[in-house]
Design a protein around this ligand. Structure first.
Ligand SMILES: NC(=O)c1ccc[n+]([C@@H]2O[C@H](COP(=O)([O-])OP(=O)(O)OC[C@H]3O[C@@H](n4cnc5c(N)ncnc54)[C@H](OP(=O)(O)O)[C@@H]3O)[C@@H](O)[C@H]2O)c1
Length: 336
């Protein structure tokens, strides 16, 4: 018995469809047959720069939805045939772009019935990164999640979300609104996405150009005094250092930066934290089940619309080629 893996043969490509043995799950692991995968910036950055891949060939892909193929010893939450969504190991080179992939059970959740496989595949990585940016970076607890956050602290009451129309940014806006119902949440994005971001919970939106103008950013905060916190979903500060001056002078100056590049630097003089999806799983092992619950209860929407770029592994390459040109307010998805 064998499977097909869509391998990236080396940095820069090309891809090759390679036959491999059917994987067997270890203890507390699950194997999944993906029916849809989402494409992420990290997949493209790995092909282009080898960002996180230490040896080639590699199987990329960090977001998927499909059916459970088999379960390892000690797995009780899933059984073969269950429809699930999963965060996959593409960052380590053993990801979702293959007929069957293996993951730990804690990165898997049952697929909410109302979602298609394509919609479900768009959810995990951006939710986990946004969750980490909020609970670890801003020290804000998410309602119903016991471990993340800092219940003893004073949560920020004004937050600037940079890159609001990215999947991570739009995920963060809805989670922040859930956690801090009365906070002022201002997001930057291109104008086309402002209405959507406000529907997710943003109080107001600014054009992306405002990131180059600290006075314009500060003016959008309550009383024009600057923000308590900045959640940088896209690494905007690297090219627009004015964002580091968007803070309230006597506030906590929390700056939560999602890791978008290997040379990411944290600015001085702020309470700055660098976060990634894995941090959310580290502080809250039930994060994926929490995501599925929120979606099932209608409390969490697809952060950005999906665009199905094609069917079959070859469509992965076609979709990834679009990343250098910018993908705006959309998650690219491939049906398998
Ligand atoms: N470390 C981790 O674990 C982890 C996990 C997930 C994602 N990430 C990283 O986080 C970033 C966001 O991921 P994603 O999937 O959410 O990306 P995405 O949806 O593909 O991001 C595209 C969006 O980002 C916006 N954008 C891009 N650069 C911007 C800038 N300088 N300022 C403001 N907006 C900007 C664009 O906005 P407009 O078109 O509206 O201008 C566009 O809508 C990526 O770099 C990704 O690699 C890291």
């Amino acid at each position: 018995m064998s499977i097909q893996q869509y391998q990236t043969t080396k940095q820069g490509g090309p891809f090759a469809l390679v036959t491999a043995p059917v994987p067997n799950p270890g203890a507390k692991e699950v194997t999944i047959r993906p029916r849809a995968v989402a494409l992420n910036g990290i997949d493209w950055k790995n092909i282009k720069f080898g960002a996180t891949i230490r040896s080639w060939p590699a199987v990329l892909g960090i977001d998927a939805a499909g059916t459970v193929e088999s379960v390892g010893e000690g797995v009780t939450a899933f059984k073969p045939g269950d429809e699930v969504l999963s965060y996959a190991r593409g960052i380590q080179g053993s990801g979702a772009f293959q007929d069957i992939f293996t993951v730990s059970e804690n990165v898997v959740a049952k697929k909410p019935a109302a979602l298609s496989f394509e919609e479900a595949a768009s959810l995990p990585a951006c939710f986990l990164a946004a969750g980490a940016a909020i609970t670890v970076g801003l020290k804000v607890a998410l309602p119903g999640l016991s471990e993340g956050g800092n219940p003893g602290g004073n949560p920020p009451q004004s937050i600037l979300v940079l890159g609001g129309s990215s999947a991570v940014g739009a995920a963060a806006i809805q989670l922040l609104r859930m956690a801090l119902p009365s906070a002022v949440i201002v997001a930057t994005s291109s104008k086309a996405h402002h209405a959507h971001l406000q529907s997710l919970g943003a109080t107001a939106c600014l054009e992306r150009a405002a990131q180059q103008d600290s006075a314009a950013l500060k003016a959008a905060a309550p009383g024009g005094a600057g923000f308590d916190a900045v959640l940088d979903a896209v690494g905007a500060g690297a090219e627009a250092p004015d964002v580091y001056d968007a803070f309230r002078a006597d506030g906590p100056k929390l700056y939560s930066l999602v890791l978008t590049r290997p040379d990411a630097k944290l600015p001085d003089g702020l309470q700055a934290t660098l976060v990634g999806s894995q941090d959310m799983l580290n502080v809250e092992p039930n994060a994926m089940a929490y995501l599925a619950k929120l979606v099932g209860e209608g409390k969490y929407k697809l952060p950005v619309k999906i665009e199905v770029v094609g069917k079959g592994f070859q469509a992965v390459e076609k979709g990834l080629e679009r990343f250098p040109f910018g993908v705006s307010g959309t998650k690219l998805v491939v049906t398998l």
